[in-house]
Design a protein around this ligand. Structure first.
Ligand code: NQM
Length: 361
């Protein structure tokens, strides 16, 4: 692929993330060539990603690669790729439920699926994790409509709702809901729950890291001692979770929990994997909610409503409500389904010119 001819690309906000969306056929089929190209397009390998389209943060260094599906249980396939910011890295080892929000509308925009006259429901196979998600979104007159009245915390204004209903999220990357075989492990003297219901996450009590868990993000980000402790726990948890050496991987994430203080079920501060999240990821929140429902570490801090499945997760910029249907009578607990409402916005559609490519770090 020659950099002067450019590549067709759409930039979208998906939930509380922003990413570049491609049709798979517009990218090189060889994964190594594709990855080198995407690193160049994003400008990864520089803190500002000044030579590319990334926004200088992991939440804005994301890519969706979409194609029609050959599977009986899906209409389209979504491969998520997380790029580094300072490091010229790219990984398919994690999924992203925020960028996922834009995949259905993008597939309609590119003619990969047919839209319904009012709304469209499509089944998306998530290549990273193997599960299928059903997305329902507004398509009045057969075109995606991004405007609406749904607000999600962490994003200014309102937009049209996108309903995401997940199946088969348990063990997305690690193969098991509780990949260490236990609901509680002790790492560096701290009790943790290592869990994977869509996203591998290490859940621990904020107090065990010497913080209240209500601090603003910049204050936590400024504490090298805290981020070093999180990294030390995460590296050991990665091994226990069967992920091997995770120093160059974006998983597992770490979520520090404390008692809710804004009417939610739990308060969270999340590290992706070491940098602070400004809110919390979708599958990350589903996984943290699952840990609490399964009576993992931090469950005693949670304030569950009497009626069950909806878990209001407090995060630094508001709330994220997720629905998790968990059969706790099974051992280990069995996930029946999970769901969330997100929004997305088309930001631009055009041609991107990558410049010179080089292999990933
Ligand atoms: O957990 C950030 C995000 C994410 C991932 C991260 C996500 C998810 O907020 O489903 O959406 O955990 O790196 O986009």
């Amino acid at each position: 692929m020659n950099s002067s001819s450019g590549i067709r690309c759409m930039q979208m906000r998906g939930g509380t993330s922003r990413g570049l969306y491609f049709v798979a056929a517009d990218l090189p089929s060889d994964p190594a060539a594709r990855d080198a190209l995407l690193i160049a397009i994003m400008g990864s390998g520089h803190p500002l990603q000044i030579n590319g389209l990334g926004g200088g943060h992991p939440l804005t260094s994301k890519v969706a690669v979409v194609c029609p599906s050959q599977r009986d249980d899906a209409d389209i396939e979504y491969l998520f790729l997380q790029l580094g910011v300072e490091a010229a890295t790219i990984t398919d080892q994690q999924n992203c439920g925020n960028i996922l929000a834009g995949v259905g509308p993008f597939a309609v925009e590119r003619g990969l699926i047919e839209a319904g006259p009012e709304q469209t429901t499509t089944r998306i196979a998530m290549v990273n994790s193997g599960g299928v998600v059903t997305a329902t979104f507004a398509t009045p007159g057969g075109r995606p409509c991004y405007d609406g009245t749904t607000a999600i915390d962490g994003v200014p204004g309102t937009a049209a709702p996108i309903l995401l209903r997940f199946a088969d999220t348990a063990g997305s990357t690690t193969g098991q809901l509780l990949p260490t075989g236990s609901l509680c492990d002790l790492i560096d003297g701290v009790q943790v729950t290592c869990i994977d219901n869509g996203m591998p996450v290490v859940v621990a009590r904020a107090a065990d890291f010497g913080i209240s868990g209500y601090e603003p993000v910049p204050e936590l980000a400024a504490s090298k001692d805290l981020t070093d402790r999180v990294q030390s726990v995460r590296l050991q948890a990665g091994k226990l979770m069967g992920l091997g050496d995770v120093s160059d991987l974006s998983i597992p994430k770490t979520t520090l929990v404390s008692a809710p203080r804004a009417g939610g079920v739990i308060c969270t501060r999340t590290f992706i994997p070491v940098r602070l999240h400004t809110s919390i990821g979708v599958l990350g929140a589903v996984t943290v909610a699952t840990a609490l429902l399964a009576n993992g570490i931090g469950a005693e801090l949670a304030s569950f409503p009497p009626d069950g499945h909806v878990v209001d997760v407090e995060h630094p910029t508001g709330h994220l409500e997720v629905e998790v249907d968990l059969d706790t009578s099974a051992s280990p607990p069995r996930v029946r389904s999970a769901g969330v409402i997100r929004t997305a916005r088309k930001l631009f559609d055009g041609t991107v010119f990558p410049g010179a490519t080089r292999p990933p770090n």
